[in-house]
Structures are given as structure tokens and as C-alpha cells.
Design a protein around this ligand. Structure first.
Ligand SMILES: [Zn+2]
Length: 195
């Protein structure tokens, strides 16, 4: 009886070890899949229609958008030379989320709203990962208040000035299907004072 009992346990242990091994392999495979996904190689270039779509809100159940925002955040954090912002439509996802570099760190903004623009109109020199080889000046407000959900789904409010305000407005435009090239300022326009 004792032998039979021991053999039963051994079989169970074997099954358990086999299952544990399979689980371990599966976790490794998932990790490999996520690390092999290249944000850079998946950036959508103009004139893709998704870059012109008005993006829809992200829901807390939308795990794929949240996962992608985290990957975009990691991509910006590791980028050299530093890239300052990236929006979900640029990865082919028409959802309202982007990542911007604030105080040298990536900040994920979900369903952002520019609540107030309290500064003055200033020239901002810009480029865009979706429009390779183009750069130029656009007018941006230099002091804004933006509210958004962070990745823990808490509502946050941020007052941004200067370049950080410009970056947020550039990424926010992506959610509206607007590109910085729509706003490019010509040499003549640069000499006209604005207010
Ligand atoms: Zn852009």
C-alpha cells in the first residue's frame, strides 16, 4: 500500500513539475514577445489615414492601449537623441493617449484635455516621428493647463510652460488628426507680430 501511495505522489509531482516548466516557458515566451516588439519599427508615417482621424477615448478595460503606452514610454525613456513625445495614432491606434517627456521623464497622459491656455503665442521649432525629414516653426501657446488620467487611472492636472507646453500641444494635435505641418509658419509670417 505504501509503495502504491508513493508512486501516486511521484506521478503527481511529475505532472506538477511538467506544468510548472510549461508555465515557466510560457512566461519566458511572453517576455520575449514583449521585448521583441519594436515601437520604432511600428511608427506610422504620413499620409496614413489614422494620422488624420479624430481619436476616441481610452477605457480602463482597453488593456492593449495601456500596454502600448507603457512600451512607448520605455521607448522615449531609452531614446538617444532624446525624443520628446509620441501619440497612440502614430502607432496606428486611434485612441486618446500619448507620452511626453516632462522634466526628463516620460509621462503617460490618457484622455488628456487642455483646460486652459494662459500664455502667449510663441514660435516653436518642431519635427515629428511620423513626418521624417521635415522640421519647422509653428505657433504654440507657452503656458497651458492639461488634465489627464495617469496609468493608475487617477485624474491629474499639470501646468506646463515653454517647450513642455509645446510638446503637449503637438501630441494633443495628433489626437485631433492635426499634424504640425498643417501649422507651419512661413518666413514672412514669422516677421508679423502676433497676439
Ligand atoms: Zn508628431
Amino acid at each position: 500500500m505504501i509503495i502504491v501511495f508513493t508512486q501516486t505522489v511521484t506521478t503527481r509531482q511529475k505532472t506538477f513539475i511538467a506544468l510548472l516548466t510549461l508555465l515557466f516557458i510560457w512566461i519566458l515566451f511572453k517576455q520575449w514577445l514583449s521585448s521583441s516588439f519594436s515601437v520604432e519599427k511600428n511608427i506610422i508615417i504620413t499620409p496614413a489615414p489614422v494620422l488624420r482621424a479624430v481619436a476616441g477615448d481610452i477605457t480602463p478595460q482597453d488593456q492593449s492601449s495601456l500596454t502600448l503606452l507603457n512600451r512607448m514610454s520605455e521607448y522615449l525613456r531609452q531614446s538617444y537623441p532624446l525624443k520628446y513625445g509620441l501619440a497612440l495614432p502614430q502607432l496606428g491606434i486611434p485612441r486618446r493617449g500619448f507620452v511626453v517627456i516632462i522634466k526628463r521623464k516620460p509621462v503617460i497622459m490618457i484622455n488628456p484635455v487642455i483646460e486652459e491656455s494662459t500664455g502667449s503665442s510663441q514660435l516653436s521649432f518642431e519635427s515629428c516621428l511620423s513626418i521624417p525629414g521635415v522640421e519647422g516653426y509653428v505657433y504654440r501657446n507657452d503656458a497651458i493647463t492639461v488634465s489627464y488620467y495617469d496609468q493608475d487611472w487617477n485624474r491629474q492636472t499639470l501646468n506646463a510652460i515653454d517647450i513642455e507646453a509645446y510638446i503637449i500641444q503637438h501630441e494633443y494635435d495628433h489626437l485631433q488628426g492635426i499634424l504640425f505641418t498643417d501649422k507651419l509658419v512661413t518666413e514672412e509670417e514669422k516677421n508679423i507680430p502676433t497676439e
